[in-house]
Design a protein around this ligand. Sequence first.
Ligand SMILES: Nc1ncnc2c1ncn2[C@@H]1O[C@H](COP(=O)(O)OP(=O)(O)OP(=O)(O)O)[C@@H](O)[C@H]1O
Ligand SMILES: CCCC(=O)O
Length: 354
Amino acid sequence: MGFRILAINPGATSTKIAIFEDERPLFKKTVPHSMEDLRGYPRVMDQIPYRRDLILAALEEAGIALGDLSAVVGRGGLLRSIPGGTYRVNETMVGDMKAAARGEHASNLGAVLALDLGDRAGIPSFIVDPVSVDEMEPVARISGSPEVERISMFHALNHKAVAHRVATELGRPYEDLNLVVAHLGSGVSVAAHRRGRVVDVNDAKQEGPFSPERAGGLPAYELVALCYSGRYSFDEMKKNLLSRWGMAAYLGTKDLQEVEARARGGDEKAALLLDAFAYQVAKEIGAQATVLEGKVDRVVLTGGMAHSKELMAKVIARVSFIAPVAVVPGEEELEALALGALRVLRGEEAAKDY
Ligand SMILES: Nc1ncnc2c1ncn2[C@@H]1O[C@H](COP(=O)(O)OP(=O)(O)OP(=O)(O)O)[C@@H](O)[C@H]1O
Ligand SMILES: CCCC(=O)O
């Protein structure tokens, strides 16, 4: 028998669970969480027992006991800035996640749940390429105000997994390639990958293109005026930025397929928003291409919205002059987590300490 790995990806609206035997998925389950399900948990960490119980129930459904596992791996959250790789979960990491010093995020639960379940089974627990992976160069950190530093917060797990996949398809090492990767999900991150390092990326929470539920970068003065208008509290403004603006605020839906159906049916506002989204994504890709001084081997489009052929055609029309474009729809985060743990279990890579 090979290594059996439990992979956990806690998201804002679901918990994704999978069990792998080496590279082979044995079991996969997505448990959706409605707003009603999560209403009783004011802080993300309050959800630990709820999410742990449903993971244990999923294991039972799969007919696999905790004792049959070799390791548990969770999605890494808003940790302090660290380079990419597979990290052993330790108490310091769990402490940082519980304190949520860099913000509340469902992925903060990944390390905590992995350590909890790993300790119960007496097996190692890991996280891989957390959202706080930071490989930015000094020049990219300058914002324009010494009081505001640009930070690296993005879909690092999927970025790295997809970049490796494209490298394999090209028959070249990731470390030899220059890529601009755009993850187009509920949040959007567009990064310059220079020879295996993400040297610049928009903070998916507050910069770059808007998304189905986020504003992206906004005109700063107008935003400040809104903050002081008395219309919103600090908490409401955070919710606006992170989950209520973007397409949701203009159109009342976060579902791209619905926006496209409306545009096809003649809704001019929906059509304009689609064009504006493609325009902003293309513009950000152009900006990251300049970070790579125009030497780009591939532009890569990924995430849930990359399933839309229509939207991809709009983006590709604007960026294909930069480099050939590869579309890798969806995300393979559970696979990426399992592979990260597997490389360590096989001794192919050393686990990093946090
Ligand atoms: N087959 C599809 N065709 C078109 N759009 C799709 C398709 N599947 C998902 N989407 C759209 O992708 C967006 C969500 O993407 P995704 O599922 O990658 O986000 P997430 O996993 O919730 O968040 P994130 O990627 O930011 O972690 C939604 O707007 C959704 O409507
Ligand atoms: C910050 C990266 C993950 C997200 O979009 O929430």
